[in-house]
Write a protein that binds this ligand. Structure first.
Ligand code: MG
Length: 390
């Protein structure tokens, strides 16, 4: 039996790489649902190639164009957020790959879990915003969450066969981003274009900025808490610029297990899709002699304050990680539109964390409310700031 896959966000970086993995393994997987937000041209092309049962475009304005382009194909076509929430519950879906960007992943992921679908989770913001609800619902509905994020896939792989053994701590590795070696003065001059030139691999604009600002690593810390049921003191971050070791688990006897290899997102994707069995691949193999030195250093949380803010949100709990995420989405958009500087982002996030109503034990509606409140507040903080400047 082939595993029938729904990909939420099929036109993004993870979505397209998931389709590459599926194309390489046609005996194991087939595409049941494809969804995209806006990128209709690529969605049409993917639908024609992979012949899913259904496609959904989140943006209603693109619906007619999609219908027209696929009128000769036996594919059902839907538009809008509600459709997105319904297709993840289809009987014909075995696994949902959540690869959309940001907060928009939360509700569809929750709906899929409630319908008992296993999740290959690439949308880390879902766990940042509402990790408590997501993990609780997953347990309740006997749903497995397979991490796609390479660091968490590494931890997950290190834990294979270790279910009787307690984790003492984990080390998430970080490339350090393109600005690791800049001074604080140089960091002030960083432009949008500098930030979008990530040296290591191709990713969407949002996660590229998050990687450069180290918010991505901050989110991964929170993601790890929920995926592996850890306390904040059990999670550490170590900068490893070569990105060969993808993360490390330390057990209570002091033994450490690391997962390593050349960075290629298709590997964690494939592992998540076919867990527990590894599939053969022709991904490039690691050669030790190409990397005679693997180096490690402490992250600089003075220069990259986002990481410290994420640890603070994690320790405080409640709706603070949700505030952190919403404020970050707003400041990243503002930075991409060149309304604020790179170095302005952490201050705006911190101020949002202080000013938005804190809720100790939030329920789903509180998260939805917090997200809205934070977006309004952070947007107004940005406006005030540009008024002061002009
Ligand atoms: Mg990652």
């Amino acid at each position: 039996m082939k595993k029938r896959i729904a990909i939420l966000g099929s036109t993004g970086s993870i979505g397209t790489q998931t389709l590459e993995v599926i194309a390489q393994n046609p005996d194991h997987f087939e595409v049941e649902v494809l969804t995209a937000n806006n990128n209709i041209d690529l969605l049409i092309q993917q639908a024609k190639t992979f012949q899913p049962n259904m496609v959904v475009v989140a943006n209603h304005c693109r619906y007619q164009q999609l219908v027209e382009a696929l009128k000769d194909e036996p594919i059902k076509i839907f538009a809008g957020k509600e459709a997105l929430e319904q297709v993840v519950q289809l009987d014909t879906v075995d696994l949902v790959v959540t690869a959309m960007v940001g907060y928009s992943g939360l509700i569809p992921t929750l709906k899929a879990i409630e319908a008992g679908k296993h999740i290959a989770l690439a949308n880390k913001e879902t766990l940042v915003v509402a990790g408590e609800i997501i993990t609780r619902e997953a347990v309740k509905n006997k749903v497995n969450i397979y991490p796609v994020d390479s660091e968490h896939s590494a931890i997950f792989q290190c834990l294979a066969g270790e279910h009787m053994n307690e984790i003492e701590k984990i080390y998430l590795t970080a490339s350090g981003g393109p600005f690791r070696n800049l001074t604080e003065a140089q960091l002030e001059k960083v432009t949008r274009d500098d930030a979008l030139k990530h040296p290591n691999w191709d990713m969407g604009a949002k996660i590229t900025i998050d990687s450069a600002s180290m918010m991505n690593k901050g989110f991964e810390v929170i993601e790890a808490k929920w995926l592996f049921d850890l306390q904040p003191h059990q999670i550490d971050v170590i900068v490893h610029p070569q990105s060969i070791i993808h993360s490390i688990v330390q057990f209570r006897d002091g033994s450490m297990k690391a997962q390593m290899g050349l960075p290629d997102m298709k590997l964690p994707i494939q592992y998540a899709l076919n867990f527990p069995l590894r599939l053969p691949s022709d991904f490039k193999r690691f050669n030790f002699l190409d990397y005679p030195k693997l180096t490690f250093e402490q992250p600089n949380t003075k220069k990259f304050r986002n990481l410290a803010l994420a640890f603070e949100a994690l320790k405080m709990g409640g709706n603070l990680p949700c505030i952190l995420n919403a404020a970050n989405e707003v400041v990243v958009q503002a930075f991409l539109k060149e309304k604020i500087r790179f170095v302005d982002m952490p201050g705006l996030i911190e101020e949002s964390m202080q000013k938005v109503t804190n809720i100790k034990n939030p329920v789903l509606d509180d998260y939805i409310q917090t997200d809205k409140e934070t977006r309004l507040l952070t947007t107004s903080l940005i406006k005030q700031r540009s008024k002061i400047k002009t």
